[in-house]
Design a protein around this ligand. Structure first.
Ligand code: F6P
Length: 506
């Protein structure tokens, strides 16, 4: 079967409602809810992935399995895990899993050696080699910031070894806020950039160095740790080789929190927790690599994602973490999913149908009081992921967490079942899909597993869409034009010219 034939078969699907699907199959929950065990023994840890409130059926799952086969999903997956080129437009492998110990042997060894170097640096900082270090300002943007910001925010609620501030925006307001919160005498600076050329990061790094110098720090560059796949550029910029933590070119920016880009995570949590994060991700890697068909959780999630975006016309998908610790998750997933799969041509450069939906979301229960009206009664189809933890993240009265979880489950039930009223204003149509990811806890291991699940889900979608999920040429044109404006001497469209004139820039 060809890819097109597989898609054509899928297009003919019937449209039963979610309630009808539950009524027709008493085993539906068992078939579509799977617990992934991250750790056994006396303190078991796992995540339950419940896709039963989506419209996936046995037939659809079989047809999606046929699509995956037609797209040589297993072959592409094997290529990724064996370090072959899976990013043909840039001629690169995608070896983020090697950092978790899963991949081509030589890449795993190289990754382990680089992480060992990072571990020694983290231990040196904690051990006082750089004097007293209370703060770390981490400058980076996109994949060099979103993962560290999310992980530090999620996992340091009970305190951190070092107070970390992730600064990404070129808007100086962001860096000034970090300055206000840090004491220059006890602050180190991490400059995170795969290419070590990104204008926002290099400008922020220069300003942070100046701030250290202006505030009496003798050797500001001696306080810099460079996190990069271009160590020669960091040397050129003035960082001593001993303070450069490299990572492999085959690790993509949005897949890089496992590499030295995750340095601030290890500095904040301690290396043992960083390792637990890698171990959690490795569990998902092994599951994804070794499991076939619908039992493969990231693949199953991708089936549902494609069902809604390609066959049902959903233009967005929403993620609501019913957990304050994961409040930055939608930002992270936006880059992962939209930068990876927001394409309009396939690997051969030919136009393709709808690709990645727009990823958006928020935190529960806040979002219930802001955007859920549209989800319950609006005209858009929005498949939703709910993410929650059985263990609370707080020490307050158990009522807090109880109410949080009850609300999370209530939303999924309400969206699915709806409620009929003869008053159209009070009618809830229901039949609105959601998936629920229920974690035992949000600790470093679970966090790593959650992120790896989303990485593989994104990759699986990309493969079945026939696109390259590992390049991002769409971000380049705006950068080029900004450079031309800065250089001057070029004319742009009338609107842009008028804006430049009004703002007095360019
Ligand atoms: O502009 C997009 C992008 O290239 C992302 O893919 C990347 O994560 C980000 O910029 C930062 O790039 P770098 O790590 O090279 O500074």
């Amino acid at each position: 079967m060809t890819r097109d034939e597989a898609w054509n078969a899928l297009a003919l699907h019937p449209d039963p409602t979610l309630e009808e699907l539950f009524a027709a199959d008493p085993d539906r929950v068992d078939k579509l809810s799977t617990r992934l065990e991250l750790r056994g023994g006396e303190a078991p840890l796992g995540i339950r992935f419940d896709w039963s409130k989506t419209h996936l059926t046995d037939t659809l799952l079989s047809e999606f399995e046929a699509l995956a086969e037609a797209c040589d999903f297993a072959g592409m997956r094997a290529k990724m895990f064996t370090g072959e080129v899976v990013n043909p437009t840039e001629g690169r492998a995608a070896e983020h899993t090697a950092l978790r110990g899963v991949g081509k042997e030589s890449s795993v060894e190289e990754a382990a050696a680089l992480l060992e170097r990072m571990k020694l640096m983290v231990e040196a900082i904690h051990g006082g080699v750089f004097g007293e270090v209370k703060h770390l300002i981490h400058v980076g943007i996109g994949g060099s910031a979103l993962g560290p910001a999310l992980a530090v925010d999620a996992l340091t609620r009970d305190g951190a070894e070092v107070d970390v501030h992730v600064v990404s925006n070129i808007d100086g307001v962001a860096l000034e806020a970090a300055f206000k919160a840090c004491d220059p005498a006890t602050t180190m600076l991490a400059v995170a950039s795969k290419t070590f050329t990104t204008i926002e990061t290099m400008t922020n790094a220069t300003s942070a160095l100046k701030w250290l110098a202006d505030n009496g720090v003798d050797d500001p560059t001696g306080r810099v740790i460079a996190l990069t796949a271009a160590p020669e550029k960091a040397v050129e910029w003035g960082v001593d080789e001993t303070r450069i933590l490299p990572f492999a070119e085959s690790v993509g920016g949005r897949y890089s929190l496992w590499s030295s880009i995750g340095f601030p995570i290890a500095v904040a949590l301690g290396y043992a927790d960083f390792q637990a994060m890698l171990d959690g991700a490795a569990k998902v890697d092994e599951h994804f690599r070794d499991t076939d068909g619908r039992a493969n959780l990231p693949l199953r999630a991708a089936f549902a994602d494609l069902f809604y975006s390609r066959l049902e016309g959903a233009q967005t998908r929403a993620v609501f973490a019913y957990d304050e610790r994961l409040r930055l998750l939608p930002d992270y997933l936006q880059q992962l999913e939209m930068e990876s799969n927001g394409k309009s041509v396939n690997v051969d450069g030919l136009p393709t149908g709808p690709t990645a939906p727009i990823t958006w979301g928020g935190v529960g229960t806040d979002a219930q009081h802001a955007v859920f009206q549209l989800l319950h009664q609006g005209t858009h189809l929005v498949p939703i992921d709910f993410i929650a933890s059985i263990e609370p993240g707080d020490m307050l009265d158990a009522a807090h967490h109880h109410i949080l979880l009850m609300n999370c489950f209530a939303q999924g039930a309400a969206l699915m079942s709806g409620k009929h009223s003869d008053d159209p204003h009070r009618n809830y149509p229901g039949n609105r899909p959601s998936a629920t990811i229920l974690c035992d806890d949000i600790d470093a291991m679970t966090f790593g597993a959650l992120i790896a699940f989303h990485e593989h889900r994104t990759f699986a979608s990309g493969v079945m869409l026939g696109i390259n999920p590992f390049d991002q040429f769409g971000v380049e044109l705006g950068k080029e034009i900004a450079k031309k404006i800065e250089k001057g001497g070029e004319r742009f469209d009338a609107s842009t010219e008028a804006l430049l004139k009004a703002a007095g820039v360019g």
